[in-house]
Design a binder for this molecule. Sequence first.
Ligand SMILES: C[S@@+](CC[C@H](N)C(=O)[O-])C[C@H]1O[C@@H](n2cnc3c(N)ncnc32)[C@H](O)[C@@H]1O
Length: 229
Amino acid sequence: MAPVTNAGLAEAADGRSVLRFEEYELPPGQIDLRATLGCTAPIDLDVGFGKGRSLLEWAALGRDGTLLGVEIRRGLVERAFERLGRAGAGGVRLLRGDFRAVVPRLVPGGLVRRCYLHFPDPWWKKRHRKRQVVSAPVVAELVRLLAPGGEVCVQTDVPERAEEFRAALAGAGLQERWWSDGGPGARPFDVRSNREVRCEAAGVPVYRMTFGKPPPEAGGPQAREEGRG
Ligand SMILES: C[S@@+](CC[C@H](N)C(=O)[O-])C[C@H]1O[C@@H](n2cnc3c(N)ncnc32)[C@H](O)[C@@H]1O
């Protein structure tokens, strides 16, 4: 399994930040989103960002908080890092590793506003299905990380996977906010990924869904707890 590494701007001797890709291997155990990775809440996640178009588009939105991109392939992390640096894009942190192994280590829970999964690998062959990123254990960890009201956004061009992802998200207790069966129409996401653009140019249908973590009910147990003293 690839080590979990944190990509950051290297510091030059004169204190300037220089555009050089460096990886720092993280010690085993918990990975604190704020103290270790330098994220500021609210945090968005981009899992398997590939060539990184969605990271650049996110940065261009000028949002508050941090986008944490997690990608398993070093070459892609390096490429995205360089593209972000050239664009002068801020607010994005990159982590190299297998998201399935990384996600249970991320703490604290409750800080993630949005998790994007743009075209998680389709794994056509049955023997490769064990590499699938979206699974019940991973979705359970995402629920833990989501802030109340936060959401998971998934898109894919594989209809069978779309149905599986939809069932996994609903099965974890998330509420469906958007489902599109690949027909033309509005899209709920605020950024585009490389594969999304390619699919649209080729006229390939894209299945999209957004599932949200319900906010604590007004007057419910958590709200009453918070209201106490
Ligand atoms: C089909 S590509 C989609 C890339 C990009 N999101 C897009 O829409 O253009 C899937 C990406 O997920 C990455 N990936 C696959 N398994 C992963 C895992 N376990 N953890 C993190 N990234 C993973 C792959 O390296 C690849 O970049």
